[in-house]
Ligand binder design. Sequence first.
Ligand SMILES: [Zn+2]
Length: 208
Amino acid sequence: MDDLFVFTSFTTSNCYIVTPSLSDGISYVIDLPPDLDPVLDYIKKENLSIGGALLTHGHFDHALGMSSFDGSIYIDLNDEQLARKPEEQLKSFMGLNLDSITYQGELNEVKDIKSEELIVHSNPGHTKGSSSFEFPSLGIVFTGDFIFKEGIGRTDLLTGDTNEMIYSINNVFTEFHDDYILYPGHGDKDTVKSIKNNNILVREYLND
Ligand SMILES: [Zn+2]
């Protein structure tokens, strides 16, 4: 079993399964895209013990799989309404006109997770409840739509805020170790150091 499994959704969002400690063997799912079946199949095939799903934020391409996930779901509850009521996002993103598909299940506050393997960072800007998940034992961090290899998350969507994004880049992104691997919500991974040096938007906003 590998300590990291990557699945890219048809919506281009990345879903990850991470197993931070082989000693307890508990795995976490990072984000729940709409087409979750390959992820559920992998969990079943590998017979993984899932400690829960951690959502980087409430956008549909990271959260619409909630209804097919049979386990605890953790999210910054500032994004609860986004995650529960995706129909407004779906209309604006894809021009779809959908009947209400409100999610009625339980959502847990991600900052309440007690795990020595995990550090939860709050980085508002893309959405109010955007979070990053750091796993120190693996030297990796999952950033959702906060920081990408070659860009940053949009701030013009519901609850997005450019000033909060600038704050988060300068006060959260800068806390990540240079040699960590950053796994974003879309696109390829890269080291934190390389992103600091090469990501034009991050460079523009640092020390703004
Ligand atoms: Zn997003």
